[in-house]
Design a protein around this ligand. Sequence first.
Ligand SMILES: C[S@@+](CC[C@H](N)C(=O)[O-])C[C@H]1O[C@@H](n2cnc3c(N)ncnc32)[C@H](O)[C@@H]1O
Length: 281
Amino acid sequence: MKRFLSEVKDGRVPQTCWGYEEVGHTQDAKKESVALFPRDPFPTPKPEALIQRILQLATEPGDLVLDSFAGSGTTGAVAHKMGRKWIMVELGDHCDTHCRPRLQRVIDGEDTGGISMSMDWKGGGGFRYFNLAPSLLEQDKYGNWVISKEYRPEMLAEAMCKHLGFTYAPSDDAEDYWMHGRSTETDFIYVTTQSLTHAALTKLSEDVGPDRSLLVCCKAFKADADAFDNLTIVKIPQTILRKCEWGRDDYSLNVANLPMAEPDDPDEGLPLFTERSGDKS
Ligand SMILES: C[S@@+](CC[C@H](N)C(=O)[O-])C[C@H]1O[C@@H](n2cnc3c(N)ncnc32)[C@H](O)[C@@H]1O
């Protein structure tokens, strides 16, 4: 094959076959894992040199590398040593027992194995660690989408506040149980998985009073949504289901990148969270 100098990246073009002398093999990876975790080596690690080759070919320094099957954290460790940013996702406990301590050692300059020598790695940088929330929605035995039982009301309230631009600030006062968050001094949000009756909404409206307004996000309601001057009432499941994809496994409380609502069909009733019909303020 003819190769032109202009095509050569970092001094060589990719080969179809990668020999273990260059990119390591399973035994090398095992040794690396034993060096990192003598008492609990990861069973199926990849050699750092292999990930290095892939990142050399596919990325530049500063690029963001995603490995959603992190295992023992090899991809993150190699990406970090190569000056790439990284995101790793791992559902197993080894996220705590392997990934996190491994990356900490990389950052502290204590990981001298793998590609550390060849990269002259001395440590530096940092990372943030998040626990993902459970999926917001799940299907019940009839196939209906419902809010997951795993979801505690506080988590749902916080997520809804973020999504709707309210500041999550639940009141400590039991009497103000409906104050989950606020957008102004007088405008509040209340999130509940309950179905609200006309009587419950009447009581809520009285508690809110004439000088405040409240966005009520509930599972369902049996009342005229326009009957209360100080309340705006929306149903959570319908609005979420029609416009969002919260039922996916990767839903977390960071809802910043959820799809924005399309303008609703004017005949369809309340638009999804982007406008507040019935908002009298
Ligand atoms: C073969 S290991 C990856 C090994 C890794 N390359 C290394 O060098 O250590 C695959 C990993 O994917 C994880 N995994 C499988 N399904 C997953 C999912 N849906 N979300 C996150 N991690 C998952 C497993 O727990 C396992 O740790």
